[in-house]
Write a protein that binds this ligand. Structure first.
Ligand code: 0A1
Ligand code: ZN
Length: 883
């Protein structure tokens, strides 16, 4: 291993910093291979330090130290300090009064393939400092509770780096000798160094402005490479929408005069909320109807919103330590989810979010890497930017919103902003603000922060004709997770509604509090509780866990008839969809067993009738309609099985889709033709919905393999003037037998070869195809001249798609998929440990498979773990998953 003895960091060991930094003046002389960094820090001993240690320990990695000067006049010699691979230790610094340090060092951005710190992307210099990248730029107290005011001067060649950006406001600029120029930026807000950013390069800019509620005019700038300048309009509009939304919903205004976004092609994650200078993966900025799909447009809006919302939830108020990551991420994801829901369809957005949570986060929470939303230990913090911290973290904030109501939640937020503006705080501080503003005791609720695993809620119904009551007995249970053998009881909000036989909503009068409301939030706090509804002359149908009011698994005896009834009548859009998923899910689960036992497969008529009913209704929200027609994914079905059988899942699910296509062919064809209007790819709910329903129909029909539908696909592929339609057609051409497959793939590549993000789609579609030649295709794609291990988006498109979106072939019983992944993780780890460790994910779920696959997967994990000079990132994931 590169780091022979990786240390575990524990939350319980947290101590306040021994020193504080008040101001930082940075001076960069930019060069691809030799960037000079001069840093002037003003420091002082922290009066609250709990340590007797007086040495000053600054974090720093891969830095070439040139000089250190204390208090402007005392150049330190090697006797005064000590350098380790991870730090600079200065033995003796003033304890009683403030002091300055001038540190000069050099870095090599071109050699930085890990994309952390200062690095190069298509000739542009840019930074990524969260979580601990700043220490790869210069020596510093690289921890979020050290907040300082930054002034940054960038010096660079005028031709190579005409644009020079950093955080805050531009306060001075000028020319230097040797065709160089310089710019000074000042950020008036104190911030931790993980929010520092700089960008230098040849960039084009789209400009606009936004006037805040209080009448301040804020300049908005989006910087991209020249050829992308025509793809920034949607991002800009999304930014303005996000700024207005945060004012309306949270009363939060932007606080600088300038908000900049830069799009870069090489980025480990989605985007980064650096103060005033967000750096984005191009994938979440660039969109033109012919290059980006509707779902790309939606993701861009969501991520632009997310990073903007961080200005208050993350930047103005930040995390005390990295264990508190969900304080900013869970809250900000909740905010971006609500923003997106308000912008489009709340129902659709909620279903999409829950779908992702249940297929991916639930799997994480049930696996070897399960951790609470506030983890208590880590080896490499970059491994904890997880679905649990983000998505489950958002669910926990959503539960607070549900428990306190919109107004109570807003009061809690106001209290949080007022109490903690300018501070680095904890998840506990957030909950305390909610308690204080609402006069509530949330002590039991706090366990959601410390406890891993997905609780299972079991509901038993008991209707009594004589008493006209319905009793719901609800039990909660959470299985052990690594390091947490016994679980505590949680406070779980369960939203319930009742329907009469005609499908009408009826009042939910609880025995102890008859409110007459049509919906009630049950507070489950004990292991078992009974809630009794009164005044029910006939047995109602209960709609439970409406809007997915808690991140739990709900188990309950439900007949197919009852599910079909809820699918027809539930007024809760989430539970209506959920009833359909349960209905089809139960049937597919039965078919999986039939398939495993070699019995013939039959689709019960109730499913066909249910689909017919959905198809016969008229729907305003066509996106919601298309979700009602979509079957549970293979990933979701896998989650329901004791031992995952990818082949049986694929076979059973495909059987259902194909049978439905056969039985409903006329309806689906009509739906396709009705919605196949020539559209320019406008991004409005109506047009998006029409494209969605049309493409769902085409996907069903493509299973029939008939020439007519093949022609529809080819025609749609050839004539589409928007990427949603073109890529949907291509997916059907690639996923099912089609005579023009190679021709279409070639045409598409030729047409789009200059557009990296479109070519990512071309790679991803082939890598996730269920066709028998998928593995050979993937191997050949990794040899394609456009494949590049140094570009995370491309790695995700090929290796990520194959291993995460092609279970059937990744889990081939000969183990070739596993070996392929291990080979690439080992090769990638040398370049980019963060991405390598993320790619390893699919192997970590080895316990979920049959013994043969378990062995094959374990063998590859062991190979990865034992390969020489493996990174801390990959080591942590591999070793924990083998424990
Ligand atoms: N804070 C960013 C995500 C992010 C996290 C880590 C990164 O590099 C290791 C980069 C970005 C967000 O939530 O958007
Ligand atoms: Zn975030």
């Amino acid at each position: 291993m590169r780091d022979a003895n990786p240390q575990t960091i524990y939350l319980k060991d947290y101590q306040v910093p021994d020193y504080l930094i008040h101001t930082v003046e940075l001076n960069f002389t930019l060069d691809e291979r030799r960037t000079q960094v001069v840093s002037r820090l003003s420091l002082a001993r922290n009066p609250n330090s709990q340590s007797s240690e007086t040495a000053l320990v600054l974090a720093g990695e891969n830095l070439k130290l040139i000089r250190i000067v204390l208090n402007d006049d005392q150049e330190l010699t090697e006797a005064d300090y000590h350098i380790t691979p991870e730090s600079l230790i200065i033995h003796d610094v003033p304890q009683q009064r403030p002091f300055t340090l001038n540190i000069e060092n050099e870095i090599n951005p071109k050699a930085n393939t890990a994309l952390e710190g200062l690095y190069l992307s298509n000739g542009m210099l840019c930074t990524q400092c969260e979580a601990e990248g700043f220490r790869k730029i210069t020596y510093f107290l690289d921890r979020p509770d050290v907040m300082a005011k930054f002034t940054t001067t960038l010096v660079g060649d005028k031709d190579r780096y005409p644009i020079l950006l950093s955080n805050g406001n531009l306060i001075a600029q000028g020319d230097d000798d040797n065709n160089r120029h310089w710019v000074t930026w000042e950020d008036p807000f104190s911030k931790p160094c993980y929010l520092f950013a700089l960008v230098a390069g040849q960039l084009e800019c789209l400009e606009d402005s936004f006037t805040t509620l209080s009448g301040r005019k804020v300049g908005l700038q989006i910087f991209v490479e020249q050829h992308d300048i025509d793809k920034c309009g949607h991002a800009m509009q999304s930014l303005k929408n996000a700024m207005a939304w945060d004012e309306q919903v949270y009363g939060r205004e932007y606080d600088l005069d300038l908000y900049m976004i830069v799009a870069v092609s090489h980025f480990n994650m989605g985007a980064m909320e650096n103060k005033g200078l967000n750096i984005f993966n191009t994938k979440f900025v660039l969109a033109r109807p012919d290059t980006a799909t509707d779902s790309d447009y939606e993701h861009i809006e969501g991520v632009i919103g997310h990073e903007y919302f961080h200005n208050w939830t993350g930047n103005r108020i930040t995390c005390r330590d990295w264990f508190q990551l969900s304080l900013k991420e869970g809250f900000t994801v909740f905010r971006d989810q609500e923003f997106s829901g308000d912008r489009s369809s709340k129902a659709v957005k909620r279903i999409e979010d829950v779908n992702m949570l249940r297929t991916r986060q639930f799997a994480e929470d049930a696996g070897p890497l399960a951790h609470p939303i506030r983890p208590d230990a880590y080896i490499e913090i970059n491994n904890f930017y997880t679905l649990t911290v983000y998505e489950k973290g958002a669910e926990v904030v959503r539960m607070l919103h549900t428990l306190l109501g919109s107004e109570g939640f807003r009061k809690g937020c106001d209290c949080y902003f007022q109490r903690h503006d300018g501070q680095a705080v904890t998840c506990d501080d957030f909950v305390s603000a909610m308690e204080a503003a609402n006069g509530r005791d949330l002590n039991q609720f706090r366990r959601w922060y410390s406890q891993a695993g997905t609780p299972v809620i079991h509901v038993i119904e008991n209707y009594r004709t004589d008493e006209k009551t319905l009793a719901l007995t609800i039990k909660q249970h959470c299985a052990p997770t690594p390091g947490q053998p016994a679980k505590e009881l949680l406070h779980i909000p369960i939203t319930v509604g009742l329907l009469d036989k005609q499908g009408n909503a009826i009042p939910c009068n609880l025995q102890e509090s008859a409110t007459g409301n049509y919906e009630v939030i049950l507070q489950l706090t004990a292991a078992e509780q009974t809630f009794t509804f009164t005044g029910l002359a006939e047995k109602p149908v209960a709609s439970i866990l409406r809007n997915f009011s808690a991140p739990v698994k709900l188990t309950m005896e439900r007949s197919l008839d009852e599910l079909a009834f809820l699918l027809s009548y539930d007024s809760d859009t989430f539970n209506r969809w959920e009833a359909g998923q349960q209905l089809v899910g139960q049937v597919i689960t039965g078919l999986i067993v039939d398939s495993q036992q070699g019995r013939p497969l039959n689709l019960p008529p109730i499913i066909i009738d249910a689909f017919k009913r959905v198809l016969s209704q008229s729907w305003e929200d066509l996106s919601y309609f298309s979700l009602l027609l979509s079957l549970p994914s293979e990933g979701y079905l896998a989650e329901q099985m004791q031992v995952v059988d990818v082949e049986a899942i694929h076979k059973a699910r495909e059987f259902v889709v194909r049978t439905l296509a056969e039985q409903l062919q006329p309806e689906l064809e009509a739906l396709y033709l009705d919605n196949h209007r020539d559209e320019s790819g406008q991004f409005d709910a109506g047009a998006i919905g029409r494209r969605r329903i049309k493409n769902v129909s085409l996907s069903f029909l493509s299973r029939l393999g008939n020439e007519k539908v093949q022609q529809w696909s080819t025609q749609q592929f050839n004539t589409a003037n928007n990427m949603t339609d073109q890529i949907a057609a291509l997916a059907n051409i690639v996923n099912y037998p089609h005579p023009a497959k190679q021709e279409c793939l070639t045409l598409f590549y030729q047409k789009w070869q200059q557009e990296a993000l479109v070519i990512d789609k071309w790679f991803a579609i082939q890598a996730s195809s269920p066709m028998p030649d998928a593995f050979a295709t993937v191997v050949s794609l990794t040899a394609h001249p456009a494949f590049d291990l140094g570009t995370p988006n491309r790695v995700r498109a090929v290796i990520g798609s194959f291993t995460q979106a092609n279970s059937l072939h990744f889990h081939a019983v000969n183990g070739q998929g596993y070996e392929f992944l291990a080979n690439h993780v080992i090769a990638l780890d040398i370049l980019n440990p963060q991405v390598a460790s993320r790619m390893l994910g699919p192997l970590t779920s080895w316990r979920r498979f049959d013994p043969t696959r378990q062995n094959l997967m374990k063998t590859q994990l062991e190979r990865v773990m034992n390969s020489p000079s493996i990174s801390r990132d990959v080591y942590e994931v591999a070793s924990k998953s083998l424990m």
